[in-house]
Design a protein around this ligand. Sequence first.
Ligand code: PMT
Length: 401
Amino acid sequence: MSNLSNKNIVLGVSGSIAAYKSAELIRRLQDSGASVKVVMTKSSVEFITPLTMQALSGNPVHTELLDEASERAMSHIELARWADILIIAPASANLIAKLSHGRADDLLTAVCLATSADILIAPAMNNQMWLNRATQKNISELKLMGHHVLAPEDGKQACGETGPGRMVETNQIISIANTLFSSGSLSGTKVLLTAGPTREPLDPIRYLSNYSSGKMGFALAEAARSAGAEVTLVTGPVSLLTPKYVVRHDIETAQDMLKACVEHASSCDIFICCAAVADYRPRRREPQKIKKNDATLNMEMMRNPDILSNITAQFEQIFSVGFAAETTNLIENAQQKLLKKKLDLIVANDVSDPEIGFDSDHNEVLLLWANGNEKLEQASKAIISKQIINRLALIYHENRS
Ligand code: PMT
């Protein structure tokens, strides 16, 4: 059964030629078992009529901020409370600009401001408008606010130009909306997760580390929790808030991380190792600040323990998930790690692209397991995490049945 079954969806439509696709979207959402109410901006009615949207959705279409027909004339509050999710498809450059500034001068922007539901935004516009720095800045702002943005596709546009700006297909909107609802697929399980970098001290004031921000691991912790798992998060130094109901342990070095993981692994069903653990540490931590006396400085390094391999070896019953952060030969290297570290699932992450991976809000990964694979297209780490957890839960239950 679809996660959208029995869900209330407000579909916001703004002024773009892609508005015709929202008619199809209504049908597809209803096929998934959802109820749909449509809110249209003034310019969107130039592209598709409210009558069409009303006939398809089976509900009155809302266009006015002050609506006499609604109880207390406050349809924005009623719709904001009714919605389990808000999907804005298409989202024009103007609407995106207004949302990013918290404007509420029409019904759709007012509903967005008044709702506590997730907001999924599918932009559609001319490629130059999309690439414009103002739009990109507004998009970054929306992501920071926690909204989910589905980057438009590249291709031939209605204006005759070619480039990024075409609204993603309805299939993708449905699939992402689906992942935003908890499936309860990990109910009753205990998940242990690592996140962030480790720091390996050189002297009292310096350390060896990497660019991991912890965003991916924290998003996974949130996704596992919202799928019903009890989550313990072992994290290196990051500046992120702990997701609600997640138990957090802060560590510094790889050795600390291993110790914390060993402590918790025996009571866990699933281990997800997302941390960027330093493979080496200085053999000796200098007790005093290292002075710059010579032109070069040689330091002897030694291997750190491999946390993932240690846990899979010591706790054979645990379902283990690793990451492979690669800059070359992504698939081959990930496959080798899957086998060598005896994993049930590996997340292959191409970290050569600065748009994804380390310290980015986005990711794009390939999941590999014994008898399958799945490509997860570029999306926010929140969305990628939900998709990883959905796949992980399927394999986990299949292996256990
Ligand atoms: O934190 P973000 O900024 O959001 O970035 C996310 C990320 C890029 C760090 C994340 O998506 C990611 O790819 N994590 C794995 C990083 C890594 O160290 O990969 P690896 O290929 O070197 O290691 C393979 C696996 O072994 C990983 O699961 C790693 O956690 C684990 N490992 C590695 C070394 C070690 N000593 N112990 C380990 O357990």
